[in-house]
Design a protein around this ligand. Structure first.
Ligand SMILES: [Zn+2]
Length: 345
C-alpha cells in the first residue's frame, strides 16, 4: 500500500508541475493522453490493481479514482484558462477596425470598342437578330471558298492573310461564321456576328487585329429595300438621330449586287468644309453590304431559288473612331490609361 500511495503522490506532483508549464491546448492534450489515455500512467496503474492482494484493492482503487478525478478537474480548469488566452491572442492579431473607411471597389470600364459593339448588338437584337460567334482560326473553305472567293482572288494574297503552319489561317473577316450558321441552322436566318479579325496591315487607319461586325438575313422575297430599311434604322439608332444615307455600287465576292453605304456626317451634315470627322465631304463611309450571292447560299446548303438575303459588314473600330472623334485607329489598341478611362486623348 505504501508503494501505491508513493506512486500516486509522485504522479500527482509531476502532473501538477507539468500542468503549470503547459501553455497551449496542444500540450494540454498531450498531457491528457500521457496520464489518462489508453496507455497512460494512471490507466496502467488501475489495470495493475488486480496484482494486489484482494484486501488492499478497494483502498488503492479509491485512491487512484480520486487522483483521476483530481487530474481531470485540473486539466479542465487549465484548458479554460488556455482557451481564453488563445482567444485573446487571436483577437489581437485578427483585429478588424470597423471605423476604417472602405477601400473602394476599383470599378473598371468597358473599352470604347466594346461599348460601341455592345451598342450595335443591342440595336440589331432589337430588330430580331441573334448573335453568332465562330472560331478565329479558320480553314480555307469557311474563310474563302464558301464565300465565293476563288483561289486566284487577291484576298488570299500572302500580303493580307496570316497563314498558320498547319495550313489553317487567322480569319480575315467574320464572314466564315455566316457559312457555319447557314450550314447549322439553315433558312430563314437572321444573325449578327461580332468578333476579331486579322490582316497583315498596320498604319494610321489599319491594325493587324481589328473588329468586325457583320449581319446576315435570309428569308423568302428579301429585297434591297429591306436592306436599306434595316441599315438606315441602324445608323439612326447608333448616331442618335435619323441620318441621310446613300448607296454606291461596289464589289464583294460574296454579294451581288454589292454596295457601299455612306451616311450624312452626324457632326456637320455637310455644312462645315473644315469638319475633321467627314473632312468636309459631308458623308461618312460606314459599311459594305449587298444581296447575298447565290453561290454563298448554295455553299451554305440553302436553295437560292427559294431563299435570298442580304448581308453587311462594318468595323466597330471605325464606328468608335467616328463616335469619339479619333484620328488614329491605333490608340484603340495601345492601352493608354487616360483614353480608356474617358480622360480624352
Ligand atoms: Zn462633317
Amino acid at each position: 500500500m505504501e508503494t501505491i500511495n508513493a506512486k500516486i503522490a509522485n504522479i500527482r506532483e509531476n502532473m501538477m508541475q507539468e500542468l503549470d508549464s503547459a501553455g497551449s491546448s496542444e500540450s494540454l492534450q498531450a498531457l491528457r493522453v500521457r496520464y489518462l489515455g489508453k496507455r497512460g500512467e494512471l490507466t496502467q496503474m488501475l489495470r495493475s490493481l488486480g496484482n494486489l492482494p484482494p484486501e488492499k484493492r478497494p483502498a488503492a482503487g479509491q485512491a487512484l479514482n480520486e487522483l483521476r478525478q483530481e487530474i481531470e478537474a485540473a486539466l479542465e480548469a487549465r484548458s479554460l484558462l488556455i482557451a481564453r488566452a488563445e482567444d485573446e491572442a487571436r483577437e489581437a492579431t485578427d483585429f478588424v477596425d470597423v471605423t476604417l473607411p472602405p477601400r473602394g471597389r476599383g470599378w473598371g470600364g468597358f473599352h470604347p470598342v466594346v461599348q460601341t459593339m455592345n451598342e450595335i448588338i443591342d440595336i440589331f437584337v432589337g430588330m430580331g437578330f441573334s448573335v453568332a460567334y465562330g472560331p478565329e482560326i479558320e480553314d480555307d473553305f469557311h474563310n474563302f471558298e464558301a464565300l465565293n472567293i476563288p483561289p486566284h482572288h487577291p484576298a488570299r494574297d500572302m500580303q493580307d492573310t496570316f497563314y498558320l503552319d498547319n495550313g489553317r489561317l487567322l480569319r480575315t473577316h467574320t464572314s466564315p461564321v455566316e457559312v457555319r450558321a447557314m450550314l447549322r441552322w439553315g433558312a430563314p436566318l437572321r444573325i449578327i456576328v461580332p468578333g476579331k479579325v486579322y490582316r497583315r496591315d498596320s498604319d494610321q487607319t489599319h491594325s493587324p487585329m481589328f473588329h468586325q461586325l457583320e449581319g446576315l438575313l435570309i428569308d423568302e422575297d428579301v429585297s434591297l429595300a429591306d436592306l436599306k430599311g434595316c441599315l438606315n434604322t441602324f445608323v439612326g439608332a447608333i448616331f442618335g438621330r435619323p441620318l441621310d444615307s446613300r448607296f454606291r455600287a461596289s464589289y464583294f465576292p460574296f454579294t451581288e449586287p454589292s454596295l457601299e453605304m455612306d451616311v450624312e456626317c452626324f457632326a456637320c451634315s455637310g455644312r462645315n468644309p473644315s469638319c475633321r470627322i467627314c473632312k468636309g465631304t459631308g458623308w461618312l463611309e460606314i459599311l459594305g453590304c449587298g444581296m447575298t450571292h447565290p453561290n454563298v447560299l448554295r455553299y451554305g446548303g440553302i436553295d437560292p431559288d427559294r431563299y435570298n438575303g442580304f448581308a453587311w459588314g462594318m468595323g466597330p473600330d471605325r464606328v468608335a473612331m467616328l463616335k469619339y472623334g479619333l484620328t488614329d485607329l491605333r490608340v484603340l489598341f495601345e492601352g493608354h490609361g487616360s483614353f480608356l478611362t474617358g480622360g480624352g486623348y
